[in-house]
Design a protein around this ligand. Sequence first.
Ligand code: FES
Length: 63
Amino acid sequence: MTVKISVRPNGPLLVEGDVEVCDATGARLDTGGKPKIALCRCGSSSSKPFCDGTHNKVGFQAP
Ligand code: FES
């Protein structure tokens, strides 16, 4: 299955497809079985590595 990763303007990376997300120890993180997940790109999320919408509050501007 193809995995699609899309860059959102001034926002997260949207990942669509069957993927596993693991932490620094290799432990699998719960993605809730969602077909699409958003990974934080701004560094301000309180639920890293996932986006929690904080990029809007902090006015993240992607280069
Ligand atoms: S990109 Fe959304 S909280 Fe960081």
